[in-house]
Design a protein around this ligand. Structure first.
Ligand code: A2H
Length: 237
């Protein structure tokens, strides 16, 4: 990221139930998918997790079984890898999330191989990219090879409120800007910028442990809570 670096939070999504393809390889192992986010305060609104279908995902042995993947740890041992497509339909725990029984791993077209871990935890209330991609999947289950139960009932959950866009900044912006799919990349980049600025500088939490506090205050508190819970870690990229 040029000068300086971004403060990410790694979110540990524990696998609850593997997809059939992954089950054959990874049955019985305790595994976390690690998602990189700049917005830990939105984790209350997770509805699913995204991966790129063609990307290769490595599996690493943890030094400490409770620590998960530690990027600073030079000694982590790579055990193998699996292609994103083979983990679609895996059920994972979403830390702090509204959907307590877990959420599903789904495909997204715009996941970059070069950013974070290639795992994106999805918050469609506040991320226009996540909202547009999840809506595409719901419209075209067959085309994307998605089972209805992986998306049905997983609606955007309000997390924070802003004067400009209310409690659903991403759906509101996608409608205002006539964004019709995840392929509208230019418009999505603008919507992302608008949602981020308004949410971060003018947002108030409407749910969770820091309800009523400003997003700016809540952000670090939620990150620290995730770390204290053993469900997250801070890192810079
Ligand atoms: B953010 P920046 Cl609610 N490919 O988390 C594409 N996108 C990726 C990625 C990858 N490999 N790895 C992480 N990301 C997403 C939450 C969120 C995010 C919300 C709103 C905006 C937002 C829930 N998804 O990002 O290019 C992750 O999505 C916009 C700032 O480094 C991560 O934070 O700025 C964000 O992109 C990092 O993007």
């Amino acid at each position: 990221e040029g000068v300086g670096s971004q403060e990410y939070t790694g979110i540990k999504l524990q696998v609850l139930n593997w997809s059939d393809e992954a089950e054959a390889v990874l049955a019985g192992k305790k595994v976390f998918l690690v998602a990189a986010t700049l917005r830990p305060e939105t984790m209350y609104g997770q509805t699913n997790c995204f991966v790129g279908t063609k990307l290769e995902y490595g599996f690493f042995q943890s030094q400490n079984p409770d620590e998960g993947l530690s990027p600073e740890d030079g000694k982590t041992v790579k055990l193998g890898s699996i292609v994103g497509n083979d983990i679609i339909g895996t059920k994972v725990d979403a830390p702090l999330g509204h959907y307590k029984d877990g959420v599903y791993v789904l495909p997204m077209e715009n996941v970059l191989a070069t950013k974070g871990t290639g795992v994106v935890t999805s918050v469609p209330s506040d991320s226009p990219d996540d909202f547009a991609a999840l809506r595409d999947l719901k419209k075209k289950l067959e085309y994307y090879g998605i089972k209805a139960e992986w998306v049905e009932g997983f609606e955007p959950v309000p997390v924070l409120s802003t004067a400009a866009y209310g409690e659903m900044s991403a759906p509101t912006l996608c409608e205002q800007m006539k964004i019709s799919s995840q392929k509208d990349k230019d418009q999505l980049a603008k919507a992302k910028e608008a949602a981020y600025k308004e949410g971060f500088y003018n947002g108030t939490m409407t749910v969770g442990d820091f309800k009523g506090e400003s997003v700016q205050e809540a952000k670090n508190k939620v990150r620290d809570l995730l770390i204290a819970n053993g469900q997250g870690f801070a890192y810079a990229e």
